[in-house]
Design a protein. Structure first.
Length: 165
């Protein structure tokens, strides 16, 4: 990784590995579970977690993304193995692109729009930290609540979990 990426994303490998641990615990029999009428299903939330390494790749390969434009369809996954396979593939592609990025590449402004409306604009590195890595951690934490409600043991992410003691 570039010097800037190494400094700002020093925890990237740990966070990607921690998310993989959470995906390994997906209770396939409960993919349609939702803890509240306004909440996503477990399947949709877990599938959304798969977006983050893909968004990292898109951030590194483009300078803008229009959310009003047609988006690729989401995969409909049924097994833990399918989630893990897609996760590993996307993380590998993202990390390869990140390893190839220079400090200059990471300072280029990246813009998200909805049609003509600019939603956010910031350097790629800030986008990777905030809207990719931190956003992934947020949704991973939501998944931990689903797991707790379904009595799925939680892996230790920053040390042993109560389930591992």
């Amino acid at each position: 990784m570039s010097t800037m990426a190494t400094t700002v994303l020093a925890d990237l490998d740990h966070e990607m590995a921690s998310t993989r641990l959470m995906l390994q615990r997906i209770p396939a029999a409960h993919l349609d579970f939702t803890p509240h009428a306004k909440s996503w299903t477990l399947r949709k939330l877990a599938t959304h977690l798969l977006d983050f390494p893909l968004w990292g790749l898109v951030t590194l390969q483009t300078t803008t993304l229009d959310f009003a434009a047609p988006q690729p369809p989401k995969p409909s996954l049924e097994t833990v193995e399918a989630f893990i396979t897609l996760w590993d593939e996307r993380v590998a592609r993202f990390k390869a692109a990140l390893d190839a990025a220079s400090d200059a590449d990471l300072t280029v402004n990246w813009t998200a729009t909805v049609g003509e409306q600019v939603v956010m604009r910031m350097p790629r590195l800030a986008m990777l930290r905030g809207m990719v890595l931190n956003h992934m951690i947020h949704h991973r934490a939501q998944l931990s609540i689903y797991y707790r409600l379904l009595d799925v043991p939680l892996p230790g992410l920053y040390g042993p979990s109560a389930d591992e003691r």
